[in-house]
Design a binder for this molecule. Structure first.
Ligand SMILES: [Zn+2]
Length: 438
């Protein structure tokens, strides 16, 4: 313990020796509150016109007047002037966001180094986040320990060559061709709580099997914990990279500039690049040079295709937003079966609320968030899944995207309560599956 403490001190001193906390050094987070309709309108206008100056951290479509905003030192005075003119109150929430990110990355590295995961030692814990190779090692370990119930398959490689693996979880009765619930996580690199929740869910279904046996009678669960491992590993390097969202495949512009990565959740070939996505390779919402330009989205697409006729529920875990989004995300229309989508989403939201009091919203992506074309949930729904959801976990940490390690346990358990309830409802609602014939 003492040795670990001194190791921690060394890491800490190394960090303090660095003059800057990266690109977010000196950035502040303000909590702002609009008192009236005029103030809310002013905030909306501000958010849409100045995204390069201020980053609004909680200003979705369901914006109720309060928000957090991240602002750079050089733009702080201008932001305050606008807020004061519009009589919008603001309180300082974080005086150096870069330092917070740096502390979090260092803490992650220290926790990882002090107790790396070793195969054969049981479940991956919830006391810290895990690396992609640790998660893959855990899947292999489960396959070795539960060979009659678990099957691990290499389904592809990321751009940088990391192995993408799925785990198929069964009840071991050997019955082939069951319906399938497919879950993925880690589309967006910075949303660490997503793979953490997926890994916890795998642990529940496999290692706590008796408690959840009813979920596996007529259904197999297939899980891909980290869709975008290159991005996920990149975010673990430093405070500079902690909030990276996209993949890591570079694109060279005509003027020779190189921009990295595509938003994998805008890269699917369904209403691709129509709305809520960017054609600018440097944008965080870049849809890619063409649909399925990313090896990682090809992997997800091919899994969805192999599940045609069997795939009933597709759940893609993201953060943040506290919501179950269902199709469509390409425009303000609803699928014919939207009432089924809504009903099952509400089952999940109510289970989370009953577990922990956390409030989730349920609605179409477009209604709750705004258009986001080329996302995986729309693609899967159009390809024949009866129910598809993008599940947005709650805002946590300073930016919403970086729950501290101490929040992991609470968040993964409450989210699992929702996933479990949705899974249970699906097994009852679609006992024999539902062939949509596409
Ligand atoms: Zn996301």
């Amino acid at each position: 313990m003492l040795k670990q403490f001194f190791q921690f001190l060394l890491v800490l001193c190394g960090a303090l020796a660095l003059a800057s906390a990266g690109r977010y050094d000196g950035y502040k987070v303000y909590e702002i509150k609009a008192k009236n309709l005029a103030g809310r309108k002013a905030l909306r206008a501000l958010a849409s016109e100045v995204s390069d100056k201020y980053e609004f951290l909680t200003l979705g479509r369901n914006f109720n007047g309060s928000a957090s905003v991240l602002v750079s030192p050089e733009n702080e005075a201008a932001l305050k002037a606008v807020l004061e003119k519009q009589q919008i109150s603001h309180t300082l929430q974080n005086s150096n966001f870069g330092r917070t990110l740096q502390d979090e990355v260092l803490q992650h590295r220290m926790l990882h180094q002090s107790k790396p995961y070793a195969a054969g030692t049981g479940r991956l814990g919830t006391e810290r986040y895990h690396t992609h190779s640790e998660i893959n090692a855990y899947l292999d370990d489960l396959a070795a320990r539960y060979p009659s119930r678990v099957y691990v398959k290499i389904v592809g490689k990321s751009y940088e060559g990391r192995l993408l693996k799925t785990i198929t979880i069964t009840n071991g009765d050997g019955r082939a061709g069951k319906n399938v619930i497919f879950i993925d996580g880690g589309f967006h690199a910075n949303e660490w709580i997503s793979p953490a929740t997926v890994v916890f869910s795998i642990g529940e279904l496999v290692e706590n099997f008796e408690e959840h046996a009813e979920l596996l009678n007529d259904y197999d669960w297939i899980v891909l914990p980290v869709v975008n491992p290159d991005g996920y590993e990149y975010t673990q390097l430093s405070s500079e990279t902690r909030l990276w969202r996209k993949t890591r495949q570079p694109v060279t512009l005509s003027n020779g500039t190189v921009c990295y990565g595509t938003d994998p959740n805008r890269n699917f070939d369904f209403h691709w690049l129509e709305k809520g996505a960017s054609s600018d390779p440097c944008s965080n919402f870049y849809a890619g040079p063409r649909p399925f330009s990313e090896p990682e989205t090809v992997v997800v697409r091919d899994i969805l295709h192999t599940l045609r006729g069997r795939g009933i529920l597709y759940l893609s875990l993201h953060s943040y937003g506290s919501a179950f989004y269902y199709p469509w995300g390409w425009g303000p229309v609803l699928p014919d079966t939207w009432e089924d989508l809504h009903e099952v989403g509400v089952v999940g939201a109510e289970a989370i609320h009953a577990y922990n009091g956390t409030e989730y919203e349920v609605g179409s992506s477009t209604a709750l968030y705004g258009e986001a074309c080329g996302a995986s949930d729309d693609y899967a729904f159009n390809d024949g899944f009866a129910l598809t959801y993008t599940m947005e976990l709650p805002f946590a940490g300073s930016s919403g995207f970086e729950p501290p390690a101490s929040d992991i346990d609470r968040l993964v358990r409450e989210t699992w309560a929702g996933i479990r309830a949705v899974g249970k409802r699906v097994t009852v609602k679609y006992p024999l599956g539902r062939k949509r014939g596409r």
